[in-house]
Design a binder for this molecule. Structure first.
Ligand SMILES: NC(=O)c1ccc[n+]([C@@H]2O[C@H](COP(=O)([O-])OP(=O)(O)OC[C@H]3O[C@@H](n4cnc5c(N)ncnc54)[C@H](OP(=O)(O)O)[C@@H]3O)[C@@H](O)[C@H]2O)c1
Length: 246
């Protein structure tokens, strides 16, 4: 076996700002001795995340990739498999797109579905093609409150996230017996990262620090899932703040 095959590789798609879920997942699994493939749409963001990891002694490779485009996903997995053995894959891409139902254009609904659901299909099919022959690996999906319930104005997002959740369930039942741990994490609330703090400051202010879900606490869950032994697997887990009304 070559040193490259000995390298354990994590492919994490849906990485944005340093102060965000995707970036924190990358840093955590790099610290856990993975070579992390940092995948996202914006080169500057993912390169910064990868540079931070390598500057602190970890191993990371940034790959620009759109989760809805099969060609860029194939290139992503080709790069990842050249680095070593893909043992962890995380689908973190998502786009919360609220909108009034009667004014919703078909293209708007479809765009939301492509990112939050269809991309999960494309990504997990490629991940499982690499993992299944080894009968080993962990495939994790990021969910949201919308994965579990449809609230007013979130018809597009909730149907896409619910579809992603159903995909994860089906894959867990098909690939669990083949050695692949598939799990879905329901993040029930706004995350304390740049997307809310910078993108929706009014939401951050209304919720206050205690009302925003702690990123490192969420990432602890992904690490716990990755470490579970095959006789004690979790398929789904939720996380929220103490003050969340649920
Ligand atoms: N933010 C919240 O409050 C919250 C709450 C519950 C659940 N979630 C879920 O948590 C996950 C990530 O959350 P987040 O957006 O808050 O922060 P994040 O992890 O910091 O960033 C995710 C990044 O995904 C990238 N992305 C979006 N569409 C993509 C695509 N088609 N292909 C590749 N990359 C893509 C975006 O990159 P660019 O910026 O470069 O476009 C975005 O920055 C999502 O699944 C979301 O549904 C979020």
């Amino acid at each position: 076996m070559t040193s490259s095959q000995n390298e354990k590789v994590a492919v994490i798609i849906g990485v944005g700002p340093e102060n965000g879920m995707g970036a924190s997942l990358c840093r955590r699994f790099a610290a856990a001795n993975y070579h992390v493939v940092v995948a996202g749409r914006t080169a500057a963001k993912i390169e910064t995340v990868a540079e931070t990891i390598t500057a602190s002694g970890g191993r990371a490779t940034a790959v620009v990739c759109d989760a809805t485009e099969v060609d860029t996903l194939e290139a992503l997995f080709s790069t990842a498999s050249d680095l070593g053995t893909i043992k962890l894959a995380i689908y973190n891409a998502g786009n919360n797109m609220p909108g009034h139902f009667l004014e919703m254009e078909p293209g708007y609904f479809e765009k939301c579905w492509r990112i939050a659901c269809f991309g999960g299909f494309l990504f997990s099919q490629l991940a499982l093609k690499h993992m299944a022959p080894n009968e080993e690996g962990t495939l994790l999906f990021t969910g949201a409150s919308a994965s579990m319930r449809g609230k007013p104005f979130f018809s597009a997002f909730t149907s896409a996230k619910a579809g992603l959740r159903a995909l994860a369930q089906s894959l867990a039942r098909e690939f669990g017996p083949k050695g692949i741990h598939v799990a879905h994490v329901v993040i029930d609330g706004a995350i304390d990262g740049d997307r809310i703090n910078k993108g929706r400051p009014e939401v951050a202010e209304a919720l206050g620090k205690e009302g925003l879900v702690d990123i490192e606490g969420i990432v602890d869950i992904y690490e716990m899932l990755e470490q579970q032994p095959s006789r004690a697997w979790t398929h789904e887990i939720d996380v929220r703040t103490a003050t969340e009304n649920f």
